[in-house]
Ligand binder design. Structure first.
Ligand SMILES: Nc1ncnc2c1ncn2[C@@H]1O[C@H](COP(=O)(O)OP(=O)(O)OP(=O)(O)O)[C@@H](O)[C@H]1O
Ligand SMILES: [Mg+2]
Length: 211
């Protein structure tokens, strides 16, 4: 379950003016459900996702993932991104050009303290799911646009696997996906993805009128 309550974020805009990128947004996504944020360009979709992942510090509101409050403005509490266990496909993919495909997908897992041997196993698994098993050691810049998109998806799926450092299999609380195109590998049964039945997912789409 993912719950966003009264989320607010302002940015400093040109000449000292400020822009309300997210203004009092609330929603809830139950475990196993998919929610799509739909709205015109600039309405605050990405800022909302970045806030959930911990990459933006909101000015107000509360974010709860599973049973944990990961951000609370009133309590002045913000859990660091690497401790939120949220996968995110970035709008511009955010593939690190100085890394191989393996390193790109492994990086968030390594940052979460997953043991090396387990990292390799999980990375190989998600790369096979998105059809990139033959590209593991390739430098990321030497990929097509679609292949880079799949690396970005694999990196997000990676975070949704069961925790390997725990006695219990804890499922990941949330995956945030921006899936702009449909491809054959997107049409795999949801159950094939790690933790697919036990996560909440959000996609964002521009307003249909702007397509
Ligand atoms: N770092 C920033 N500094 C200043 N303003 C920002 C910053 N990031 C976003 N904004 C502004 O906040 C508003 C919301 O931006 P956001 O990126 O969340 O929109 P979006 O809904 O994802 O749009 P799109 O569909 O074009 O991706 C916009 O007006 C944008 O110009
Ligand atoms: Mg956006």
């Amino acid at each position: 379950m993912l719950r966003v309550t009264g989320l607010k974020k302002q940015f400093e805009a040109d000449r000292g003016a400020s822009v309300a990128a997210v203004d009092n947004v609330s929603f809830e996504v139950e475990t196993g459900k998919l929610l799509t944020l739909l709205g015109p360009s600039g309405c605050g979709k990405t800022t909302t996702l970045r806030s959930i992942a911990g990459l933006e510090e909101p000015d107000g509101g509360e974010i709860q993932i599973g049973s944990s409050v990961v951000f609370s403005a009133t309590r002045r509490f913000s859990l660091p991104p690497n401790r939120r266990r949220v996968g995110m496909v970035f709008q511009s993919y955010a593939i690190w050009p100085h890394m191989t495909v393996f390193q790109n997908v492994a990086y968030p897992l390594e940052g979460s303290g997953v043991p090396k041997r387990e990292v390799r196993k999980r990375v190989e698994h998600v790369l096979a799911l998105v059809g990139l098993e033959g590209f593991i050691e390739r430098p990321a810049p030497f990929l097509s646009g679609g292949q880079q998109q799949r690396v970005a998806l694999a990196r997000a799926l990676d975070m949704t696997g069961p925790r390997v450092d725990s006695q219990r299999n804890l499922s990941a609380p949330a995956t945030l996906c921006r899936c702009g195109t449909s491809s054959p590998w997107m049409e795999r049964p949801a159950g094939e993805y790690p933790g697919a039945k036990s996560i909440s997912r959000i996609t964002v789409k521009p307003s249909p009128t702007l397509l």
